[in-house]
Design a protein around this ligand. Structure first.
Ligand code: UDX
Length: 440
């Protein structure tokens, strides 16, 4: 089957490469000539483990190609995926659908065969209806009389684990309104269905909402355990034990109960806001999600204060130096979007603290976002002369720091572990003043 993927960003590229790996014939399309040129040269525009090898092998096998020419790319495709960005609209949190609708119009102009148009971008409830209206009004349908069905098929990929997630999904959600849409999508996902991944067929609006509801629920779960962590610190409990204790209840589940500095990334912050907007538009308030958004925002800033406390408070901290280890919103990505590190660096800078940082993949993107921070070549360079070391992202490289070397290089043995990757006992035995999240 021929598949066209319009938008070769994170979601489009990973999905396109994985579909090609299933044996489909895939063309990834993007307006940005520089991006397509890079892809032709085998250079990935994003950092995702395993993606370069997957792209390379499928290009070599002749199943994956790249173009800037939409009309050429969608020719003979049975399924045309829209995987362009849906950023938060400046000022109001609504998802910006300009790119999605522009693609729908272009497809409608250029299409020459019956096809299913699939929204893979995260789009608010009702977007599929508008895409359907645009296509119904297009030359493809009006002049050429083609059969076009609009389907919603949200992605649930985690950055850093996207290829594994794509190939072994918990479920595949398909929102279709007719048999043509359902049949083509069954064919698209047949290789996964044979692997026993459940295909969930629902109506288009349910499918669109499932994506937002899933992300809002996960954001709620994280925020819940983060607040429990604060309470643990006050009452002398250990949040990791509390997490294990509640997570063993099958109704709660153990995943996404890891307390930390607050969630970030490209999805949770944007999708929770967009869900609030939808709820507001339909006058059906989602107060829990409202609270989650507020609590998470406040938390990121509070993490800066936690580091200042480890330095003896804001007054004592002025003029001191902190080493920040990890800048990306989570490990195995170069994504800095809404990363807690930004708020932490900001709070430290505001308090007159000098910050030196190291991140294995994120520094290039981070540097312009935190102009006062000195980027270092490795963790130990950042730690050299620091009054405190703060771990913000749990990269594997920080899990086994040479604590003796850290102590020798740092001005003071103070470690703030915002991801709970060290055992308090071990670090204190090594002579450190140690603080972490939700543990005495
Ligand atoms: C998420 C969803 O998991 C995915 O299904 C959706 O399609 C896009 O959004 P992603 O943003 O890549 O994926 O990252 P994820 O691993 O889910 O983590 C999101 C944030 O939550 C990170 O900042 C992470 O550090 C934080 N987190 C996650 C916690 O603080 N605690 C946890 O227990 C889990």
């Amino acid at each position: 089957m021929k598949i066209a993927m319009v938008g070769s960003g994170y979601v489009g590229l990973v999905s396109g490469a994985c579909f090609a790996d299933f044996g489909h014939d895939v063309v990834c399309i993007d307006k940005d000539p520089a991006k397509i040129e890079k892809l032709h040269d085998g250079i990935m525009p994003i950092y995702e483990p395993g993606l370069d090898a997957l792209v390379d092998s499928n290009v070599k096998a002749g199943r994956l190609s790249f173009t800037t020419d939409l009309a050429e790319g969608i020719k003979d495709a049975s399924a045309i995926f829209i995987a362009v960005g849906t950023p938060s609209r400046r000022g109001d949190g609504h998802a910006d659908l300009t790119f999605v609708y522009a693609v729908a119009r272009e497809v409608g102009e250029a299409l020459e065969n019956d096809a299913v148009v699939v929204t893979k971008s995260t789009v608010p409830v009702g977007t599929g209806d508008e895409v359907e209206r645009i296509l119904a009004d297009s030359a493809a349908v009006k002049d050429r009389g083609l059969k076009v069905s609009v389907v919603s098929n949200p992605e649930f990929l985690r950055e850093g684990a996207a290829i594994g997630d794509f190939k072994h999904p918990d479920r595949i959600v398909i929102g279709a309104e007719d048999d043509f849409g359902r049949d083509v999508m069954s064919e698209v996902y047949r290789p996964l269905f044979l692997n026993q991944s459940p295909l969930l067929f629902v109506n288009r609006r349910s499918s669109e909402l499932i994506k937002y509801a899933a992300n809002a629920f996960l954001a709620t779960k994280i925020t819940f355990i983060n607040e429990m962590a604060d309470l643990c610190e006050k009452v002398g409990a250990d949040v990791q034990d509390v997490s294990r204790g509640i997570g063993m209840d099958g109704r709660i589940g153990s995943k996404f109960l890891h307390a930390g500095p607050g969630y970030g990334g490209s999805c949770f912050p944007k999708d929770t806001l967009a869900l609030l907007k939808t709820a507001e538009d339909y006058e059906s308030p989602t107060r829990i999600v409202e609270a989650v958004v507020k609590v998470n925002d406040t938390r990121k800033r509070a993490m800066g204060r936690k580091v200042l406390d480890a330095l003896g408070g804001a007054d004592a901290a002025r003029g001191k130096k902190v080493a920040l280890l990890g800048l990306t919103f989570k490990p195995n990505t170069d994504d800095m979007r809404d990363s807690p590190a930004i708020a932490v660096a900001q709070a430290l800078g505001d308090a007159g603290v000098q910050v030196a940082a190291y991140d294995p993949e994120g520094m290039e993107i981070a540097a312009p976002l935190m102009p006062d921070v000195t980027m270092c070549a490795d963790p130990y360079e950042a730690i050299d002369g620091a009054d405190a070391v703060a771990i913000v992202t749990e990269w594997d490289a920080f899990r086994a720091l040479d604590l003796n070397r850290v102590k020798a290089l740092a001005k003071a043995p103070v470690l703030v572990d915002l991801r709970n990757i060290y055992s308090p006992q071990d670090v204190r035995d090594a002579g450190f003043e140690y603080s972490s999240i939700g543990r005495a």
